[in-house]
Design a protein around this ligand. Structure first.
Ligand SMILES: Cc1cc2nc3c(=O)[nH]c(=O)nc-3n(C[C@H](O)[C@H](O)[C@H](O)COP(=O)(O)O)c2cc1C
Length: 212
């Protein structure tokens, strides 16, 4: 595998587009000796800290369909170096992704880290599992502190991944991240408010004693 991700993505039409735009040679040579078919520590740590991802499936009529999946950070688990899994929550009951996967198990996952301006894209084959019939998997995917009804387990068997550059990603922060970042400022503000109150009280006391 010269460049796993492009081995899949570079279809004849994509190669033709690369040729027309002068990048065919560049991408034919790129990634020699690089493999993208198993997660290293870098991908595992990145995936473990995500609280959402986007999942594209393909419909029987050829339409791409993208949906958001979210949960507490780490809800998408790295089960081993080529397998991801998560507990799929109950939603609007349209079951578009689930239905698409019955006809075609291929997915494209897109994971964003907005504060660090990093993104990881993954080609995988999905496997839907009944949670009730697999106690070990249920335990590994469980989110006991999270309030959501789990309908099924979904596994992703890795075909290839690739990282994207940080270009054009606007850093965005979650409420928890903002709260953590401003905690020292809040603490300092509270100290200054207390100090201000103490000084005001002292001034009032001095005025009361007739000292200006
Ligand atoms: C009550 C309810 C209503 C929802 N309405 C929408 C909606 O209108 N559009 C949408 O994209 N997601 C909606 N969602 C979230 C989706 O149901 C959820 O992302 C689900 O996983 C979608 O899966 P699917 O698109 O593969 O069928 C809703 C969720 C709930 C619980």
């Amino acid at each position: 595998m010269a460049y796993g991700f492009l081995d899949i993505a570079a279809t004849p039409s994509v190669k033709a587009a690369q040729a027309e735009n002068g990048s065919l040679e560049l991408w034919s040579k790129a990634g020699a000796n690089r493999t993208f078919d198993r997660f290293t520590e870098a991908e595992s740590a990145f995936i473990a800290s995500r609280d959402s991802f986007y999942m594209a499936t393909v419909s029987e009529t050829g339409w791409p369909y993208v949906q958001h999946r979210g949960g507490p950070a780490g809800f998408l688990k790295v089960l081993d170096e080529t397998t991801l899994g998560f507990a799929d929550f109950s939603g609007n009951r349209q079951y578009i992704s689930l239905g698409n996967l019955k006809a075609d198990d291929r997915v494209s996952l897109f994971l964003m880290d907005y504060p660090r301006r990093a993104r990881l894209k993954i080609f995988a084959r999905a496997e839907v599992r009944d949670l009730a019939s697999d106690g070990d998997l249920t335990e590994r995917l469980a989110l006991p502190a999270y309030n959501a009804k789990v309908e099924r387990a979904m596994l992703f068997h890795l075909e290839a991944f690739d990282w994207n550059c940080p270009q054009h990603i606007t850093p965005r922060f979650t409420e928890a991240e903002v709260s953590q970042a401003v905690a020292p400022v809040r603490m300092r503000l509270a100290q200054l408010e207390a100090e201000n109150e103490a000084l005001k009280a002292r001034l009032a006391a001095l005025k009361g004693n007739g000292e200006d």
